[in-house]
Design a protein around this ligand. Structure first.
Ligand code: AMP
Length: 281
């Protein structure tokens, strides 16, 4: 695997690969790699000639300074994992490299309701920060294919919007959520949970499935209230648990089987903010 820390070197490499007609797949990450990330790399490797992974903990997307400070950094084991799965290139830039003029960005993206609903509501500024960094990375890497995880459902929608705003020629592929054996969605932040809490955090997926299994028996508000109570009893502090129409990205007040429905959740447990989602029809 080739490791680049500077954009200019990566740019030269990409240019030479493109001149040889190589197809490039890109997997942007913040590191602390787990099997969910590696699955994206596998998918990219299967569909492209060159797979580029980036590891960059992007300061502008953290609305909570403590979350940024505590974000796990495991670069040595990340490199080992990437080498084991034969990722071709790792881009591992410094903050100065990505933000040469400092992290006070002025560029703003019109994300419409994606920015004010759900994640947008609870993490103000988060998606603008995501767009700033993904825009810079896409401009640099100019991949034919971009791989992101369904786990970050709203982020995928934001990136689809970013691609349409910038007009960059990149196809977004959304890959399934990889889960731990317990059902907990894999996440770098799971590293911050104690062993016991990590086990207990499986209640999130369990309860999303509980709703899915009872859609014929109760209304959504009834199920929502049961699940919120259950999570609350177990020391989860839930920011939102919503039913949405995933095509229009709109909240639904009750089940509507003509719509493509998803359940989405964000909840705090054991000092960590966890998100998840499942399709329900
Ligand atoms: P992150 O390092 O958390 O910013 O994630 C980098 C990419 O990996 C994003 O596209 C995420 O959606 C994706 N990802 C994170 N967790 C998972 C998972 N459990 N399964 C599949 N993809 C994931």
């Amino acid at each position: 695997m080739i490791l680049f820390k500077e954009s200019d070197d990566l740019k030269k490499f990409i240019l030479s690969q493109k001149q040889q007609g190589q197809k490039i797949g890109f997997v942007p990450t913040m590191g602390a790699l787990h099997n969910g990330h590696l699955e994206l790399i596998h998918q990219s490797s299967a569909e492209n000639d060159i797979t580029i992974c980036s590891i960059f903990v992007n300061p502008t997307q953290f609305n909570d300074a403590k979350d940024f400070e505590k974000y796990p950094i495991t670069i040595e084991s990340d490199i080992e994992k990437l080498e084991n799965i034969k990722c071709n290139v790792l881009f591992f830039p410094s903050v100065k490299e990505m933000y040469p003029d400092g992290i006070t960005e002025t560029k703003k993206y019109d994300l419409g309701k994606l920015e004010t609903l759900f994640e947008g509501e609870f993490r103000p500024g988060h998606f603008q920060g995501v767009c700033v960094i993904v825009d810079k990375l896409l401009e640099l890497v100019t991949p034919q294919n971009l791989y992101m995880g369904q786990k970050d459902f709203q982020q995928c929608m934001v990136i689809a919007k970013l691609i349409s705003i910038t007009g960059i020629y990149t196809k977004l592929h959304i890959c399934n959520t990889l889960r731990e054996k317990t059902g907990l969605a894999m996440s770098s932040r799971n590293e911050r949970l104690s062993k016991e809490d990590r086990q207990k955090a499986s209640l999130i997926f369990e309860n999303l499935n509980y709703i899915k299994e009872h859609i014929q028996d109760f209304s959504f508000p009834e199920l929502q209230s049961k699940v919120l109570d259950k999570l609350n009893e177990n020391q989860f502090n839930t920011e939102y648990l919503k039913l949405i129409d995933s095509t229009k990205f709109e909240e639904l007040t009750d089940f509507d089987f003509n719509k493509k429905m998803y359940l989405i959740i964000a909840t705090h447990f054991g000092g960590v903010r966890l998100i998840d989602n499942i399709p329900i029809n």
